[in-house]
Design a protein around this ligand. Structure first.
Ligand code: ATP
Length: 236
């Protein structure tokens, strides 16, 4: 059964329609890639799921909850974490303080410490730099911190917006290895990416978004061999 179901979503900015009837679903345990060019509407979809934007029409159901009726600040408690585009970490705070804030919806101190240890295991670089001011981290390290902070809420599903943006190829590979690991450890992933090649390499299924509409969907390996995807998104 689907964990997250988006049905006929329509989103406007003023009179401009950014999302034109989008439907898709994410099953438990999957990595789903939402790919598309700049401005296709990927970020808008994530912001609508997490309650930052209200849709004009359509439904968003997460484990039986109608997310369009739940305020953004309560959505994290349901088990949904968002790693926003451009990371949005707290620049002035330390790595450790950023991570601690990621657990703001949780109460049990022992459980929080356990999660912190797991995050440090997955990101040894964050452990080494736990007292460093986050704004002085490199771009790749900030991406790791944003992912670590999201994991601190112990999410069932993690929504990632362009994790590869602005990173060197080496860091991009490392970040994608980590996303795969997060998925292997049982967290469902909805991944929004312009880097279609990398996204398809770790995804189970994918949806291609063009100017607010889904124009293609299927298994990630089929997509990788699809001629129009190759031409438009894989640079072949
Ligand atoms: P990117 O990778 O550049 O973020 P995207 O696929 O995530 O692209 P969106 O940011 O969702 O695309 O934008 C979808 C469309 O909505 C674009 O045409 C964009 O110009 C428009 N848009 C986004 N935010 C706003 C806003 N606050 N006001 C008006 N139009 C907006």
């Amino acid at each position: 059964m689907a964990m997250l179901t988006i049905n006929n979503l329509e989103v406007y900015y003023g009179i401009i329609q950014a999302i034109k009837g989008v439907s898709f679903e994410v099953n438990e345990g999957e990595v789903i890639a939402l790919i598309g060019a700049n401005g296709a509407g990927k970020t808008t979809i994530l912001h609508t799921i997490t309650g930052l934007i209200s849709p004009k029409a359509g439904s968003i159901e997460f484990e039986g909850h109608d997310l369009t009726k739940i305020p953004a600040h309560n959505i994290v408690s349901l088990g949904m974490a968002h790693v926003p585009e451009g990371r949005r970490i707290f620049q002035e705070l330390s790595v450790f303080e950023n991570l601690k804030l990621g657990a703001y919806t949780r109460k049990d101190k022992n459980e929080i410490s356990e999660t912190l240890e797991k995050v440090y295991q997955r990101f040894p670089r964050l452990k080494e730099r736990k007292n460093q001011i986050a704004g002085t981290l490199s771009g790749g390290e900030q991406q790791m911190l944003a992912m670590g902070r999201a994991l601190m809420s112990h999410p069932k599903i993690i929504l990632m917006d362009e994790p590869s943006m602005g990173l060197s190829p080496l860091f991009v590979s490392e970040i994608f290895d980590i996303i795969k690991e997060i998925s292997d450890n049982g967290t469902t992933v909805l991944l929004v990416e312009q880097n279609a090649k990398k996204a398809l390499s770790i995804a189970n299924r994918a949806y291609v978004l063009e100017t607010g509409k889904i124009v293609l969907e299927g298994d990630a390996d089929e997509m990788m061999n699809n001629d129009s995807v190759k031409k438009a998104y894989l640079g072949e």
